[in-house]
Design a protein around this ligand. Structure first.
Ligand code: ZN
Length: 328
């Protein structure tokens, strides 16, 4: 990855160009950099899904925004025309793209996006917090609230303490009135879960079968929901679940393939609910709460845009506690 000059983009029809003040990092950025079979990108590629800044110019047909408006970008680029998009399920779009994945992203001074992908920020809300919230809070909200139907009073287990989506899940679950149990890989990683209000902390470096502690913490009942974005931890997640529980997944930081014992699924009446990213409605709902100060955002550190490489190294080494952001 190199820092250098690229032509300034101009907005197409229905688009705006944003002057980026802050971009946030996601694991996705590392995967895109490494590439995968079938991913063919015109190089040089600009990574980055998350960004917040000011509108610098308006494309043809854009009437509801003004130059200088402070905005955060929804990285999900649905076509706006297919039956999924028209039904409000744009994250299932037939021609779906993600900013920074197949489209030039936000590790830049300027980026052009469709105007419908913007959320207006209040004057006092920090660009860094807005960028940091973007993708992970959107994804977590869709998984927990829209798909998982999390309700006040339920007990939720979150496997993983410090990554972007997991910290967003902790913050959203606390806002929703749930009791939150977090399994983390070290005392240091659990500290951030603690600061976001998690009720029970379990250090998995001290106990291999942490489902026992989950049962202890729930009076032997098990939890109503599990957030498992690790994957390889599914066997223990299923053990920790009560009968009829929902297991939510939006990723697999531990690897894509693992074995599960099918008997847990049917004998415990488990629902496994997968999703990826979120809808335009989800984005507006969660960003309204974030900007209103109702849901906290954990920012680990900021780097100048020119040091994006060092920022990615921090992410790759798993040193972060919360989101890493770039500032321009
Ligand atoms: Zn579509």
């Amino acid at each position: 990855m190199e820092y250098g000059d690229r032509p300034e983009p101009s907005p197409g029809v229905g688009q705006v160009t944003i002057r980026i003040h802050s971009a946030a990092l996601n694991h996705l950025d590392l995967w895109v950099r490494e590439g995968w079979p079938g991913l063919k990108l015109p190089l040089p590629h600009i990574p980055g899904a998350d960004g917040a800044g000011e509108i610098a110019s308006l494309g043809e047909g854009v009437t509801d925004w003004q130059i200088g408006d402070r905005v955060v970008i929804n990285a999900n680029l649905g076509c706006g025309k297919c039956h999924f998009c028209l039904a409000g399920q744009d994250n299932r779009c037939a021609d779906w793209h993600l900013l920074g994945e197949t489209i030039q992203g936000t590790y830049a001074e300027f980026v052009s996006v469709p105007a419908r992908n913007l959320f207006k920020l209040p004057i006092e809300f920090a660009f860094t917090s807005a960028a940091a919230a973007g993708l992970v809070y959107h994804t977590a909200w869709h998984s927990l609230i829209t798909r998982g139907n999390l309700r006040a009073g339920e007990t939720i287990l979150i496997v993983g303490a410090s990554g972007g989506v997991n910290t967003a899940c902790i913050a959203i679950a606390k806002f929703s009135g749930a009791r939150v149990i977090v399994v983390g890989s070290s005392k240091g990683k659990l500290a951030i879960a603690d600061s976001l209000g998690a009720d029970v902390l379990i250090d998995r470096s001290r106990e291999e079968d942490w489902s026992k502690s989950v049962h202890q913490a729930t009076g032997r009942k098990g939890v109503d929901l599990v957030v498992d974005n690790v994957g390889t931890t599914f066997p223990l997640s299923m053990k920790s679940a009560r009968k009829g529980a929902r297991i939510l997944t939006v990723g697999n930081t531990g690897g894509a393939k693992f074995e599960i014992d099918n008997r847990y699924i049917f004998s415990k009446h488990l629902s496994i609910i997968g999703s990826t990213m979120g809808t335009i409605k989800d984005f507006h709902e969660v960003m309204s709460l974030v900007c209103g100060g109702k849901i906290r955002v954990a920012v680990d550190s900021t780097f100048p845009l020119s040091e994006a490489r060092r920022a990615q190294e921090r992410l790759q080494n798993g040193e972060q506690l919360g989101k890493i952001a770039l500032v321009t």
